[in-house]
Ligand binder design. Sequence first.
Ligand code: ATP
Ligand code: MG
Length: 196
Amino acid sequence: MKKIGIMGGTFDPIHVGHLMIAEAVWDEYNLEKVIFIPSANPPHKHDVLTSAKHRFNMTLLATCSNPHFEVSTIEMDRVGPSYTIDTIKALKKMYGDDTDFYFIIGADCIHELPTWHKIDELLKICKFIATKRPSYEFDLSIIEKEFSDYNIQLLETPELEISSTDIRQRIKKGYSIQYITTEQVQQYIRKEELYL
Ligand code: ATP
Ligand code: MG
């Protein structure tokens, strides 16, 4: 079986927390590659997002030097809300039956999983790898209580107190974002005057 990681997110903007956990899962699970999928119209985020084009460009800039990272427009290209179940089904069609998908998810999102669209079905057709995140509990009890059939594994990863929200706030306040995201992403944000 081929093994492919999926890193979904709004990436508004992408930062080293995203890159580091994607690399850790790639390494631990011997994945062929990790596909970063910027979300188009995320059902769980109601704040105004930076345009999908900008978020895609920054994701590409941050990942292009890594030969086993890829960026997909699969969710941006779809009209209507982006549901992970639709994305995984489309990828399964593209890659065929000999590919297993590993969806990478931060600890902050685990408790939201039961609200995801068609989550029962999703938990059966896709593996989930949950990674640590500071200030968030890292436990599966809520999933275990609600779903009998699921495949979620917890992976111990270094914890980085980094978020896109913090980056956006730092830029607004005029603070440096050096080392929190890549140099190319910083340049792009400056050039496009994002988050001011
Ligand atoms: P925002 O603050 O705008 O919500 P974010 O930093 O949480 O941004 P997202 O694009 O929402 O980034 O997250 C995409 C995925 O990456 C989610 O599964 C999230 O849990 C995970 N993630 C983001 N930052 C970290 C981090 N520092 N450590 C571990 N996982 C992270
Ligand atoms: Mg988030």
